[in-house]
Write a protein of this length. Structure first.
Length: 214
């Protein structure tokens, strides 16, 4: 005579139903927490240097206390000075840092009270600007030029994204150039100022020249 499993199934269902519900609820909770963590990481990752001046973590009083004047007029600088200053950061391997919290800082930045150690802060320091401009505001103190006009000390600027110091052509065809930059914390590295040879052109970048460069 066939065995009737319906009674056993009912007992098993009654016994293990709460466990199944618990596992389902735990899985749903883990999923929600994962989505929340990813969302938070995305928010911090998008907290770029353009938000620097509005970030309340920036200690403007500290900068002022250091006798730093945000209204000082930019001074002139020679091309050799720009490149020497750029190479100084490279030799010291000064880490990338937006100076507005740990999420966008790869190490100690000695210029947080003035310029920052991100890509545009690097350019601002090399150009001897009175404080750290951003990739959106560097065009206020520079003029757009053509590829044929590029000289060491000029920059390749992608507003709202990144800026690179042009160190000269790496080949006679002018398809590669010597680049000096602070690359950021979220790429493969290095996470400090470094020099390399890059292809030209790079999508979205345009050459600019500081108005007070000699």
């Amino acid at each position: 005579m066939p065995h009737d499993f319906s009674e056993h199934s009912a007992v098993l269902s009654e016994r293990f139903a709460p466990s199944f519900l618990l596992v389902a609820n735990m899985s749903r909770t883990v999923l929600l927490l994962t989505v929340l963590v990813i969302t938070i990481i995305g928010v911090f990752a998008n907290d770029t240097e353009e938000n620097f001046w509005n970030n309340e973590l920036y200690d403007e009083d500290k900068a002022m206390a250091a006798d730093f004047d945000f209204n000082v007029t930019a001074v002139s600088v020679t091309r050799s000075e720009v490149m020497n200053r750029a190479k100084q950061w490279v030799s010291k391997k000064i880490p990338y840092c937006q100076c507005n919290g740990p999420m966008e800082c790869c190490g100690h930045c000695p210029y947080c009270s003035t310029h920052r150690c991100d890509c545009s802060g690097y350019v601002s320091w090399c150009w001897k600007l009175p404080y750290g401009y951003t990739t959106r505001t560097l065009s206020q103190v520079s003029n757009k030029i053509s590829k044929s006009q590029l000289q060491p000390g000029d920059i390749l600027l992608k507003p709202g994204s990144h800026v690179i110091i042009f160190g000269g052509w790496a080949n006679s065809a002018k398809t590669q150039y010597h680049a000096y930059q602070e690359p950021g914390c979220h790429n493969a590295g290095p996470h400090h100022a470094y020099a390399s040879v890059q292809k030209y052109p790079s999508s979205g970048y345009a050459p600019y020249r500081y108005k007070s460069i000699k």
